[in-house]
Design a protein around this ligand. Structure first.
Ligand code: CA
Length: 228
């Protein structure tokens, strides 16, 4: 259970998100404008913020900057579909993650859990452990069964991004935005190449995967191969 602030001017979406998260035991506060949201963040200190980028009073990217100047609260941005450049700018401005409309409560809750876990780990300086894979974000190192993996910068970033969403499929579009920090423009080939390098270093192949599971036509997810 977490305390969550939802900043969204669309009444129907705001109510649906509030209801969905409340039903799952979260304490949800809402705001319909950017400035009201900022006030609630400062007054209530929620554990996570869901922030619609299209608000009537303040530009969403400007608002992220204002939030970041005042708070380290994780911010999950709500974006309209097919708006990659804005999504990339939002991540660059200090947002922690995003969901694309329309989205369900499951997805939002998974994203909230992920940003909260990341925050806990960052505070504790704890590496991510998935099966025999250990990824230390601070030291930028990864080991498999105690053996250090020699990863290029982008391979490490890709592994880290997938590990932070353990078990969830990341689409190529999301990988491109988060790891390559590019809007979608047909970088599939580059992602495929990096995935195959990463696979080789993890000692697996696309035909016999262990950690990196491709979902045809969708993307890829990182799993614990021994978790069943
Ligand atoms: Ca809106």
């Amino acid at each position: 259970m977490a305390s969550i602030l939802v900043v969204e001017d669309d009444d129907a979406i705001r109510d649906a998100v509030r209801r969905g998260l409340t039903e799952r035991g979260h304490a949800v506060a809402t705001a319909a404008t950017g400035l009201a949201g900022l006030e609630r963040i400062l007054a209530d200190r929620p554990q996570a913020v869901l922030l619609d980028l299209g608000l009537p009073d303040v530009d969403g990217l400007t608002l992220i900057g204002m939030i970041r100047a005042a708070s380290t609260v994780p911010v999950i941005v709500i974006t309209a579909q097919d708006d990659d450049p804005t999504m990339v700018k939002a991540l660059d401005s200090g947002a922690d993650d995003y969901v694309v409309k329309p989205f369900g409560t499951n997805q939002v809750e998974a994203r909230i859990r992920a940003v909260l876990r990341r925050g806990d780990r960052a505070l504790a300086h704890e590496p991510i452990r998935i099966g025999e894979l250990v990824i230390d974000e601070g030291a930028r190192t990864a080991t498999l069964a105690g053996r250090r993996l020699e990863l290029a910068r982008r391979e490490f970033d890709l592994l880290l991004a997938l590990a932070q969403r353990q078990g969830q499929v990341m689409t190529k579009r999301e990988i491109l935005a988060e790891v390559w920090q590019q809007a979608y423009g047909g970088g599939d080939r580059s992602i495929d190449v990096h995935l195959s390098w990463l696979r080789r270093k993890l000692g697996e192949t696309a035909a016999e995967p262990r950690y990196l599971i491709s979902v045809r036509g969708v993307g890829v997810r990182l799993v614990d191969p021994d978790a069943g």
